[in-house]
Write a protein that binds this ligand. Structure first.
Ligand SMILES: C[S@@+](CC[C@H](N)C(=O)[O-])C[C@H]1O[C@@H](n2cnc3c(N)ncnc32)[C@H](O)[C@@H]1O
Length: 236
């Protein structure tokens, strides 16, 4: 299936297609590094304290769950995602982990968040922003709904800068990953879209500039696992 002009519709359909295998494939294809990456990002989010957090493009709720785990009792998280099947899987997971009191998952498009200005203590998005039909608008919305001095934290795939690593990574990412992802999910196009969308995504410096242009201050980023992913942190 080609990427349609209407990116939202394409992305939503794709995630509804793979929701049943999403968690399994994440762990398998990243060799469980995804767990460490989210832990790192959530640690950055929680550094400035606060109680109420937003997880944008929450998917099956892994960041929301990690916030409760790291934050101990008392944290409240609202996770938003526009794919009902991902939200459903996330709610089930939160129930299983007995975290439904702390986590609320809502079916909502990140391009227009249904929250008033200055509502949350901080906002995070893991592997969500790359899928947005309008990246700037998504960042603007995250910034709008957090309080002054709150943080926006973005975890996203990037490209390693080391030439040799880049070659190995591209072999894995462009050939092996779509093959395995295709066999297990039955939806190879979704695991072909993954590397394709990462190649199109701005690099770390460019993305830092986007966050700054959208009004975030002190933007910094951390490269993790040889720069396969980066965590950007900006303050309102
Ligand atoms: C790769 S998954 C990431 C899920 C989760 N954050 C994680 O760390 O595993 C991307 C998610 O972004 C959601 N998404 C993409 N664009 C969105 C938008 N405009 N509004 C809400 N959710 C969106 C998709 O439905 C999907 O669940």
């Amino acid at each position: 299936m080609p990427i349609q002009e209407n990116k939202d519709a394409f992305v939503k359909e794709m995630f509804s297609d793979i929701a049943h295998r999403y968690d399994l494939l994440n762990k398998l294809l990243s060799l469980r590094r995804d767990v460490y990456w989210r832990k790192f990002a959530v640690r950055e989010l929680l550094k400035s304290g606060g109680v109420l957090f937003l997880d944008v493009a929450t998917g099956t709720g892994d960041c929301a769950i990690e916030i409760v785990r790291q934050g101990g009792g008392g944290k409240k998280i609202i996770g938003v995602d526009f794919t009902p099947e991902m939200i459903y899987a996330g709610r089930k997971k939160a129930e299983r982990e007995r975290l439904s009191d702390s986590i609320t998952l809502l079916e909502t498009n990140a391009m227009g968040l249904p929250f008033e200005d200055n509502y949350f203590d901080g906002a995070i998005s893991a592997f969500g922003v790359r899928n947005f039909s309008d990246i700037r608008r998504g960042i603007r919305e995250m910034r709008r709904v957090i309080k002054q001095n709150g943080k926006v934290v973005i975890l996203e795939f990037t490209n390693p800068s080391n030439k040799i690593l880049k070659k190995i990574y591209h072999l894995y990412f462009k050939r092996i990953l779509p093959f395995i992802g295709g066999i297990i999910s039955g939806k190879r196009y979704a695991y072909q879209y993954l590397p394709d969308s990462v190649m199109e995504f701005p690099n770390q410096k460019e993305f830092k500039k986007i966050m700054e242009k959208e009004g975030l201050n002190d933007v910094k980023y951390f490269n993790l696992t040889f720069g396969i992913v980066a965590v950007h942190v900006g303050m309102k």
